[in-house]
Write a protein that binds this ligand. Structure first.
Ligand code: PLP
Length: 334
């Protein structure tokens, strides 16, 4: 696999650190925990979408686009990183938001990621929960074309084979760090949503014959649906990088027991995990993705799921800007 064959623009601060968390590891009394700090990718408060956007925005530039369109929830980290990337590359940005969280408080609608979207000057359109988001983006694109613009549509979460290349690269990056630092990684865990992160990581791990199991903690869909979505994208991504056939259905494992009442709805486990990491290690996680992923990992450590593992890597996918949007929904009393 040679990722330099694919067009790419530099947006992220790379490599991100692979950081040992001694105080958390001791507190949990299980395996040693390392965090791959993809919350530190550097663009507009960072996060996992920036790696994907290095490839997606390069494709947009190659297609002579002058405006990018994408979609997500109101507190979408992906939308915020896309808006920042568009600014850096001199493009306009149009965001279509699904009002996915019912009875959202004021801060959710005005602070956190959406405040940053406004600072970046993105144009925002809102549609009702359950809308066909691809159709909504197509309508925006048609309007822009009628005005003589050249729009480029980025799918929700930047999850297609082009975006997933960012996470193929991330797997290669932490494998090389683990090799250098002599860390034997026994398991990799992260939050999984639109599937590009998990799909890219599994392609990178399989192509490297690393023999490391990968676990996605779901934040939205039920297990089978999530695994099928990841599997489909992983197969397409392997094809796209010229490594067809390296991913099998068994390689794709998601645990969707930590979603709680639904996407973007806080859970007690998430709240506890966010406080624990802040207070033991000074690291901020987010209420929608990485906090629920972490809650899942912590619970599974307690249940002995990783009992054979000496070292676990948790890929921190970012999102802490979302904490401000959730200020009234988080319990900081601990
Ligand atoms: C988007 C996102 C994820 C999920 O990544 P996918 O590639 O969509 O599965 C996880 N964590 C954060 C903070 C995100 O913004």
């Amino acid at each position: 696999m040679l990722l330099s064959r694919f067009p790419r623009v530099s947006l992220a601060h790379l490599p991100t650190p692979l950081e040992h968390l001694p105080r958390l590891s001791k507190h949990l009394g299980g395996p040693e925990i390392y965090v791959k700090r993809d919350d530190c990718t550097g663009l507009g408060t960072g996060g996992n979408k920036t790696r994907k956007l290095e490839f997606l925005m390069a494709d947009a530039l190659q297609k002579k686009a002058d405006v990018v369109i994408t979609q997500g929830a109101v507190q979408s980290n992906h939308a915020r990183q896309t808006a920042a990337a568009a600014c850096k590359l001199g493009m306009a940005c149009e965001l279509v938001f699904e009002k996915r969280v019912a009875d959202a408080p004021e801060a959710y609608l005005t602070s956190g990621n959406v405040l940053l979207d406004r600072i970046y000057g993105a144009r925002i359109a809102e549609v009702d929960k359950g809308s066909d988001m691809n159709a909504a983006m197509e309508r925006v694109a048609a309007d822009l074309r009628a005005k003589g613009k050249t729009p480029y549509i980025i799918p929700g979460g930047g999850s297609n084979p082009i975006g997933a290349l960012g996470y193929v690269d991330c797997a290669l990056e932490f494998l090389s760090q683990a090799n250098r630092d002599e860390i034997i990684i026994d398991h990799v865990v992260h939050a999984t949503g639109s599937a590009g992160t998990q799909a890219g990581l599994i392609v990178g791990l399989k192509a490297s014959h690393a023999n490391i199991p990968l676990l996605g903690i779901g934040v939205n869909a039920p297990k089978t649906e999530q695994e099928e979505k990841v599997y489909k994208l992983a197969v397409e991504t392997a094809d796209y990088v010229g490594a067809a056939g390296i991913v099998t259905r068994d390689d794709i494992v998601a645990n969707c027991d930590y979603v709680g009442a639904g996407y973007g709805v806080p859970t007690e486990g998430m709240n506890e995990a966010v406080l624990l990491l802040a207070r033991l290690e000074g690291i901020l996680f987010d209420p929608v993705y990485s906090g629920k992923g972490l809650a899942g990992m912590i619970d599974l450590i307690g249940k002995g799921f990783f009992s054979d593992a000496k070292n676990i890597v948790f890929v921190h996918t970012g999102g802490s800007a979302g904490l401000f949007g959730y200020s009234s929904l988080l319990n900081t009393a601990g």
